[in-house]
Ligand binder design. Structure first.
Ligand code: PSU
Ligand code: MN
Length: 306
């Protein structure tokens, strides 16, 4: 096993990690398959600036030229945002993309995998994948959940979208021993909405306490990640029932068109954006910025414990 030869860590990030400084991983599927061009370019840069503003180093990941890239140049960010011929890479696809030199955007699962190899413990995204509605029939369960079960990275997210079965997603995470913590919330957030109706076991109120929980989990030798649910800021939150109606329409359209598997999540994201005339997109940006801010604070606190 010699994963080092596949890893390409930007010098600034490699130095920060060596010195025990805080680094925050960021994914690229949110850029290539979750947001439209060219708005995603501004987002890609701004989210990195937010991380820097909090005193951490941003590490956007992707697969480019046969390498697992940790930290992208401006040109590489552009490449991911244009998304021309850029695939969506989950764990199962990693070896194919590396061996063939294809360009791939990393999902939550793959970003966690790469972050762990690089030694990054905190990762900020929008929402995690989960158990899809109707999974009893389709068995469509995001690889993000198995990655959370096995890989030592904390994922700061606004929960998950109502496109999923949030109840089953939480049951799955419980079965696999993944802590799901709320940041100043008693409920699992539903992405555009602050509450989902699903109660969490623990409402943690500070980044320092979150960092202590991460430290303790991994100090104990427990494998796997942690989900940190950070609700969208009040002023950008959307109405749950209205979003439910939009999502039901999008799900129906996906069903009619026979869209399945890895294509379903990007399809639903694009439909929701179109149907809400961009209102949901503005919220999407803000919740992702909010997650980057919290993840950076946690990474700073965590770096003082190790
Ligand atoms: N959910 C979102 N936005 C996203 C994704 C999920 O609200 O961009 C992306 C993430 O990269 C996540 C992936 O890891 O979709 C999950 O895809 P799948 O359901 O095919 O596992
Ligand atoms: Mn799936």
């Amino acid at each position: 096993m010699s994963y080092e030869k596949y890893l390409s860590v930007a010098p600034e990030i490699a130095e920060a990690l060596k010195a025990g400084k805080p680094v925050v991983a960021l994914e690229s599927t949110i850029l290539s398959h979750g947001m439209p061009f060219p708005e995603n370019v501004e987002f890609a840069h701004k989210v990195e600036e937010i991380v820097r503003g909090e005193g951490a180093i941003p590490a956007t990941t992707a697969i480019i030229g046969g390498k697992l890239k940790v930290g992208l140049s401006s040109e590489e960010l552009d490449l991911m945002c244009k998304a021309d011929g850029v695939g969506k890479v989950s764990r199962r696809d990693v070896a194919v993309y590396l061996a063939t030199g294809a360009t791939g955007a990393t999902t939550v699962a793959t970003t966690m995998l790469i972050a762990e190899l690089a030694g990054i413990r905190v990762f900020a995204t929008g929402g995690i994948g989960g158990v899809h509605r109707g999974a009893q029939e389709t068995m469509d369960i995001s690889a993000d959940l198995q990655e959370l079960a096995n890989t030592k990275v904390a994922v700061v997210c606004a929960g998950a979208k109502q496109i999923l079965d949030l109840g089953l997603t939480l049951e799955y995470l419980e079965t696999y021993g993944v802590p799901v913590l709320g940041y100043n919330t008693d409920e699992f957030p539903a992405f555009y909405c602050r509450s989902s109706g699903y109660k969490l076991d623990r409402n943690v109120q500070t980044p320092e306490e979150l960092a202590r929980i991460l430290y303790t989990k991994w100090d104990l030798g427990l494998k796997g990640g942690v989900v940190i649910g950070n609700p969208i800021p009040e002023e950008y939150a959307l109405n749950y029932d209205e979003m439910e109606a939009v999502i039901n329409k999008a799900l129906q359209k996906a069903d009619e068109k026979g869209i399945r598997g890895k294509y379903i999540t990007p399809f639903l994201l694009a439909e929701i954006k179109d149907m809400t005339k961009g209102v949901s997109f503005a919220s999407n940006l803000q919740l992702a910025y909010n997650n980057a801010r919290l993840a950076s604070k946690i990474a700073v606190a965590y770096s003082k414990l190790v």
